[in-house]
Write a protein that binds this ligand. Sequence first.
Ligand code: PLP
Length: 448
Amino acid sequence: TNYSAAFTRATHRSQKHYERTANIIPAGATRSLNSWAPYPVYLAEAQGNQVTDIDGNTYTDFLGNYTALVHGHQHPLTMTHMHEQLTCGLSLNFATVREADLAQRIVDRLASVEMLRFTGSGTEAVMFATRLARLTNGRRLIAKMEGGFHGTHDTVSVSVRPPAAQAGDVHAPHGVPESEALSAALTGETIILPFNHERACAAILDQRHQDIAGIIVEPMLGVGGMIPPRPGFLEMLREKCDAYGIVLIFDEVITLRLGYGGGQAYFGVQPDLTTMGKIIGGGMPIGAVGGKRAIMHLLEPQGGADVYSAKTGGPKLYQGGTFTGHPLSMAAGIGTLDGLTADHIQGINRLGDDLRAELNREAQAAGLPMRVTGSGSLLHIHLSRVPIETYRDTWQVDNQKQQRFFLGMLERQHLIAQRGMVCLSTTMNPSDLTSFLDATLETARALA
Ligand code: PLP
């Protein structure tokens, strides 16, 4: 499909750069998903909520590196902490003390997190959380949701996909690996649950609980379309996990920003384990897994007899990595969280709620096929006439039209995710939102 009519800004430098690099980096860039033209548009710098590409085009950032930048770019407090750390060196071989400063801030905020460990990314945090679940109760299966996104580890790279006939009924979703070349042993240990179908989901858990080690769920589906939980859905998961000794893992890599106490406080349900990433690193690479002391204790290499494994001749589960707890990520995270008060969170949530309501109102009044989902500062614009309440509802969206919408927004100098994800930051004021609203309606009208 030729999209060049949808995005006409000058991108000669990006094109030249792509031609030079495409033979050394597949697709010309590691983050090639963000292809705008037939080649990626390469970004040069960003400040506040303004991003500039290498041809000098500017965009207002309504994506914040896929929700990671809760304060936009170069927040003063984040940068000050990083500058201080820079004078002390980068990665220092052994433990450093600043890690505890960030850990303390997270433990203070999240009621369910008594202890935590840092990882290099959200993907890694998820990988360790699923292992911790297996270690806790000795079972094998991990249950995840239709459309749940948890990074790229094999265990969680399973979902249902259209057409609906192939995906099976919601009472028996047919999960398939999302990539080729994954380990069949790992993907075979994952079962799929239908997010927001409370009764169907409960029935599957009643049937299969004996084999299920853990359930991993985003309190609100993120990449899958910013779909909030229906009332009672998360509560049902909590009850079933308690009844059956299943470890409930909330993947809060995206939703943590919804409340001072994370999505878990915002939606009012507490998990056993939480995986985190994105905002806790303030724009630097990071991940973390935390939760109940009784579970996290399994990661103490010098722990008691219950932690030592005769099978491995060491700890039952090793967790770590060259860049885990990286001092620069810790510094950026500390500055970012210190600059993120409960008032800030409420403020951007209110802006987001108003924007979502206004967009839906205007779209309905104008008869535009557009449904805006999400909660608080997290939104998703679906070019759909039908309400979007489950992952399967997103299958009605015409992806080519959605790509044109994304390019139309860029043309109007607003940067969002290709599939329609939108995210606010504390840099935004009502006039940014007005211009976003205008750009969105104009783009949707042009496509209708
Ligand atoms: N979990 C969720 C809910 C995510 O949205 C993502 C990334 O978008 C991940 C995990 C993976 O995190 P990372 O990209 O840091 O590996």
